[in-house]
Design a protein around this ligand. Structure first.
Ligand code: SAM
Ligand code: DTB
Ligand code: SF4
Length: 318
């Protein structure tokens, strides 16, 4: 658990000292070469009733995203298998729902989780708000982690989303933890929030009863038609500082360098790994937005002297 003041003291250290401390924590808890590769798939796209101002899938905005109904279990299994063959160890499935409805669609998601686990991969889903009974069914299906981002600070939250509250978010995270599923929760930077908001977000995550198993740090991918379409890019060193601060705050968690890598050069990504990031989304698409080509990631790993993932260009991963 860390207070805002403690986080500020860490974040504002001279950069070499901050990097050194983050590296010490990283080295003490994990092998540097162990960078997790997670593949991401949008299993139900667009038409979401929530008004998240960053999101291309909200029905409130006129974005170019084409709506797609829930994919079939067979389609998802094929995608997961291809991702596994390309070197992904975790398969994350996202649905543009406020919350899943019990019935045939939720039953299909349960089958998707089982089939991903059957392939020997970790399975993660992000489906919006969950009830206790839905969390329990996901746990029984063998779900590894549930992604539910708090996105930003409690005070900035109402400027980003009005159709649900920060506390709604926390309640789902608690239901997930109660069911015994690991929590994946982080946020987005570059939405107009301040440095203090970013650190308040980490402080909120650090007071959760069960510490998150993974903390995704997403850089906003401005989506056409959304209120944040013209947002400025985040300063590189601010990204590195936040990742290092997250690494020190959550020594046992995967800190995931998430959305926004397609706008980062190789050197910035390597700085993020040196700051303690130890997980990436891998594959040419996030949910609706682009991600670096698999061949670029293979080159990145080669440049770092780390074991390379298979090149998707030579497999059928998409
Ligand atoms: N509807 C579910 C929910 O909101 O929890 C699951 C899908 S939602 C797309 C998953 C997460 O993706 C969001 O919580 C947000 O943090 C992230 N995200 C969405 N759009 C983004 C964007 N344009 N740039 C960066 N991150 C984004
Ligand atoms: C997370 O923190 N980032 C992922 C995943 N969890 C679901 C989503 C990123 C979405 C980027 C924008 C898009 O692809 O539409
Ligand atoms: Fe819907 Fe999730 Fe996008 Fe918000 S972030 S609009 S809840 S899909």
């Amino acid at each position: 658990m860390k207070s805002l003041e403690e986080l500020q003291a860490i974040y504002r250290l001279p950069l070499p000292e901050l990097m050194h401390r983050a590296a010490e924590v990283h080295k003490a808890h994990r092998d540097y070469s162990d960078i997790q590769r997670c593949a991401l798939l949008s299993i139900k796209t667009g038409g979401c009733p929530e008004d998240c101002t960053y999101c291309s899938q909200s029905a409130h905005y006129d974005s170019p995203v084409t709506r797609q109904p829930l994919m079939t279990v067979d389609e998802v299994r094929d995608k997961a298998q291809a991702a596994r063959d390309a070197g992904a160890t975790r398969f994350c499935m996202g649905a543009a729902w406020r919350s899943p409805k019990d019935g045939p669609e939720f039953d299909s998601v349960i089958e998707m989780v089982k089939s991903v686990r059957h392939l020997g991969m970790e399975a993660c889903v992000t489906l919006g708000m969950l009830s206790d009974s839905q969390a329990e069914r996901l746990a029984e299906a063998g779900l590894t982690a549930y992604n539910h981002n708090i996105d930003t600070s409690r005070r900035f939250y109402p400027k980003v989303i009005t159709t649900r509250t920060f506390d709604d978010r926390i309640r789902t995270i608690q239901a997930v933890s109660r069911a015994g599923i690991s929590v994946c929760s982080g946020g987005i930077i570059g939405m107009g929030e301040t440095e203090e908001d970013r650190l308040m977000m980490l402080a909120e995550l650090s007071v959760l009863e069960t510490q998150p198993e993974s903390v995704p740090i997403n850089c906003l991918m401005p989506s056409q038609g959304t209120p944040l379409q013209m947002a400025d890019e985040v300063d590189s060193i601010e990204i590195v500082r936040l990742i290092a601060t997250a690494r020190i705050t959550f020594p046992n968690a995967r800190v995931r360098l998430s959305a926004g890598r397609d706008r980062m050069n190789r050197e910035l990504q390597i700085l993020c790994f040196l700051a303690g990031a130890d997980s990436i989304f891998f594959g040419e698409k996030l949910l609706t937005a682009p991600n670096p080509a698999a061949s670029a990631d293979a080159a990145l790993f080669r440049a770092m002297g780390l074991p390379e993932p298979a090149d998707c260009a030579t497999t059928t991963c998409h």
